[in-house]
Design a protein around this ligand. Sequence first.
Ligand SMILES: Nc1ncnc2c1ncn2[C@@H]1O[C@H](COP(=O)(O)OP(=O)(O)O)[C@@H](O)[C@H]1O
Ligand SMILES: [Mg+2]
Length: 234
Amino acid sequence: MPTIVFASSKGGVGKTTSALALAFVFTQAGAATTLIDADPNAPLARWAARFPDSIPAGLTVTGAVGNAAARAIDDAALRDPFVIVDLEGTKNVEVSVGLGRADLALIPMQGSQLDADEAASVVKLIQTQEEVFRRTIPFRVFFTRTSPVIESKGMRDIHAQLRELGIPLLRTSIMEREAFKVPFRVGASFYDQTRSDVRNPRAAIENAEAFAAEVRDILMSEGEAGQGRVEANG
Ligand SMILES: Nc1ncnc2c1ncn2[C@@H]1O[C@H](COP(=O)(O)OP(=O)(O)O)[C@@H](O)[C@H]1O
Ligand SMILES: [Mg+2]
């Protein structure tokens, strides 16, 4: 069903980590999910191959690059309640395919590094794809790797900047937490991590669940808006 695509104009901002966290929450809630690794570097396909016993029930991980990504997304969307696509942080054919099929594009940003140029280039990327595909691509920016401790003045400035640029922002940020990194080292999701893996997985779980709830709400309201557009046109 809905396809959620993680995209950004650069690498290392947290797409792959956040995509996997979202998949953990959906499958834990009982919703079958396909995670499509459309990054030619294949970080999620490698995770799945390395830790087959850690893949939660209901989660399918499919590596698909080039034009195969299109078929993989379409097949998964027919089958599963959620499809999550992880892209490389550069402009390539997979990014174009992924954004072309996105019901929601999620664009992570690290607050401390954000500047107006970065935000503008993300919006440009989306707008180019909207022209190519002649469709609206719903998108939201969200902050990753934020400090759980303080809301700094810097962050407030960035929020103001985004508002000025008219860039919609998720309320929920993904925090900088060890529990989000642990899956790539030991396999286990934050639901299965023990105290020897991480001191307090609970905070990461709550954070990821709040993120997933917000994403689900947006998908529902975008779905209704899309339905309205279809009815108005027909
Ligand atoms: N929420 C997070 N908490 C802690 N570390 C994170 C978090 N998100 C990403 N990282 C770390 O940041 C680096 C880049 O993350 P990654 O998800 O691979 O980014 P991208 O897919 O955008 O290139 C990795 O070393 C990853 O472990
Ligand atoms: Mg990545």
